[in-house]
Design a protein around this ligand. Structure first.
Ligand code: ZN
Ligand code: ZN
Length: 180
């Protein structure tokens, strides 16, 4: 059985929020702008340790509580300023006018004294990773897992798939399955 890493608790969340605020004040000094406090959520799942999001004019920083639990110091030192640099670059230049990890973001990271690598490479063992939805199809000899995209094509009558072993058409009995 796979052992999953427990997400960080309230005490570590508090440290991450404090560190986020500290980097926001640092960004204000470096970029000479006012950055209001930003909602910090710990609801990110999957491979990314952090995410800066602008949706409907609402800005949030999201962190992955499982990846923070597994690599707490590294994420505190790199992911937190990484996301704050996105926030500062957004307010300075406008999110739509720049590439996420373009020169504007990179120059803020360098001013922070941090190597502007776009993503950390983490070993994801024990980290819950979003699984792609698959659909179980049957032919004459075995089962096949089709992607959502292919399944939708079949459902819309746009495509028919055949088994490359027995040559029979793949049929969908109606049971969605989850596959990693
Ligand atoms: Zn980024
Ligand atoms: Zn077959």
């Amino acid at each position: 059985m796979k052992r999953l890493i427990e997400p960080i608790g309230p005490e570590q969340e508090r440290l991450v929020r404090e560190e986020t605020e500290r980097w926001i004040r640092r960004a204000e000094e470096i970029c000479r702008i006012d950055l209001s406090p930003i909602p910090v959520l710990f609801d990110l799942r999957g491979r990314a340790a952090g995410m800066y999001r602008v949706r409907g004019g609402r800005r949030t920083i999201r962190y992955n509580p499982h990846l923070f639990a597994k690599y707490f110091r590294e994420n505190l030192a790199t992911t937190v300023p990484h996301e704050v640099a996105h926030y500062a670059a957004d307010l300075l230049h406008g999110w739509r006018n720049i590439r996420p990890h373009g020169p504007e973001w990179q120059s803020i990271m360098r001013a922070f004294g941090i190597d502007p690598r776009a993503t950390g490479q983490y070993d994801l063992t024990g980290i819950p990773v979003r699984r792609q939805r698959r659909f179980t199809y049957h032919c004459g000899c075995r089962t096949h897992l089709l992607s959502t995209c292919r399944h939708n094509r079949v459902m819309r009558g746009e495509a028919v798939y055949f088994c490359n072993r027995c040559g029979e058409q793949l049929n969908f009995p109606g049971d969605p399955a989850i596959d990693g």
